[in-house]
Design a binder for this molecule. Structure first.
Ligand code: ADP
Length: 396
């Protein structure tokens, strides 16, 4: 089976053609500068052949057409005809409280995604453009929407409700939704499989990348997660502030005479470890500068590890114990020093890291000692595979 996985942003569109049963990717790429001029970056996995080509992309429709053309191209293609694509899976940011699972895209589904635009104003319109462009380019082809929020829909009200006047929940649907759900689902499911279904009732997943979030998972179901109504909440991130006192925003708006949107832009794009380090939003740059003695970078790393550690403590309390702690995403999979920093002092919870195993990167590996009460894993995330698997299942 060939599943085309699409992740459409406002000016970009990522794609992968993959086999959902083996996880093998045959081709992948990125359309960028959509609406400006347009450029296709394409890679054939088996041969390693790459193509970068300027192609006019006034809208997402032309971007999808460029993807279709390159996939059947005589030199860079991997299929003979578009008919060989069995179904298309779309990553959709916000499913609000309407979607608890992935679904086949029909008019009702599209309307529901549209209804969630106030909750995901940047991403949902772009996701819809990607869906509609695929409908035009491949009429009749089954399409599936996979929501970043769906996995978190099992949270109980005490975790998802905000302690603000009820009408904002009943009328406006303001609540904790959580994001990275496809990753949290993939990684927690994989953890349970790898543990053979035993001693994996209570799992904390740390998805630590440019955007970071944690989730508390009991019996495979999400109980709580660190992001909220938007991806701004939780631990500090590359450029996002994470949890702050709302009065900080009020103070800054008053002092600078800026609007709420401008302030939020600052909290989303100019804060986090970028702001603390004064060097970069990229953890590799910050770690390198900290190693050279940069005190601001040391603080940025300490702050990040401290806030992640606090969430782990909170979620262990929420779950009533902890069986498995899982690290994933760019930082979680690759930075042994960050994992060590986070786990330091968690011995009281039963977390004991093996320093040698913790040096391993980018593979499924246990990094705790055999006598550690909590099994600590590194499990590389694969959101595209999860999307492809959901798509295949629903299309079948
Ligand atoms: P996104 O949220 O954009 O999907 P990723 O999960 O790809 O992000 O994570 C990107 C982050 O991972 C970057 O900050 C990058 O510096 C960090 N990262 C990648 N490799 C390493 C490494 N070897 N050591 C430390 N950080 C790393």
């Amino acid at each position: 089976m060939n599943i085309l996985v699409i992740n459409a942003g406002s000016s970009s569109l990522k794609y992968q053609l993959m086999n959902p049963d083996t996880g093998d990717v045959t081709a992948k790429g990125l359309c960028e500068r959509i609406g400006l001029d347009g450029r296709l970056n394409h890679k054939v996995i088996a041969s390693g052949k790459k193509l970068v080509k300027d192609i006019p992309m006034p809208t997402h429709k032309e971007a999808i057409e460029a993807v279709m053309d390159i996939l059947v191209d005589s030199e860079y293609g991997v299929i003979k005809s578009v008919d060989e694509i069995d179904a298309v899976g779309h990553r959709v940011l916000h499913g609000g409280d309407k979607f608890v699972a992935s679904c086949i895209i029909d008019d009702a589904c599209k309307q529901a995604i549209r209804d969630c635009i106030p909750l995901g104003p940047l991403h949902n319109p772009a996701n819809l453009m990607g869906i509609e462009a695929c409908e035009k380019a491949m009429p009749g082809k089954p399409q599936v929407a996979v929501f970043d929020t769906a996995f978190h829909m099992t949270m109980p009200p005490k975790a998802y409700r905000y302690a603000i006047p009820t009408k904002y929940y009943t009328e406006d649907h303001l609540r904790r939704y959580g994001f990275h759900g496809t990753s949290h689902r993939f990684v927690s499911k994989r953890c349970i499989e790898l543990m053979g279904g035993k001693n994996a009732d209570k799992i904390i997943v740390c998805h630590l990348g440019n955007g970071s979030s944690l989730s508390a998972v009991k019996d495979g179901k999400c109980q709580d997660t660190s992001m909220g109504l938007s991806p701004l909440a939780g631990v500090p991130m590359g450029t996002r502030a994470g949890d702050i006192d709302t009065c900080v925003a009020q103070f800054i708006m008053n002092k600078e005479g800026i609007s709420a949107d401008e302030c939020l832009n600052m909290l989303n794009k100019k804060s986090g470890v970028l702001a603390l380090s004064g060097v970069s939003s990229d953890f590799r740059d910050i770690e390198a500068a900290a190693d050279q003695g940069n005190e601001d970078c040391k603080l940025a790393l300490e702050k990040f590890a401290y806030e992640v550690k606090k969430y782990i403590g909170a979620y262990a309390a929420a779950l009533g114990g902890l069986d498995c702690l899982v690290f994933t995403a760019g930082v979680g999979e690759n930075s042994g020093s960050m994992r060590a920093r986070i786990c330091e002092g968690l011995e009281y919870l039963g977390v004991k890291i093996d320093a040698e195993k913790n040096k391993l990167r980018g593979e499924e590996v246990i990094i705790s000692t055999p006598d550690s009460k909590v099994t600590v894993w590194v499990i590389p995330t694969n959101e595209e595979l999860m999307i492809a698997q959901d798509t295949a299942e629903l299309a079948r």
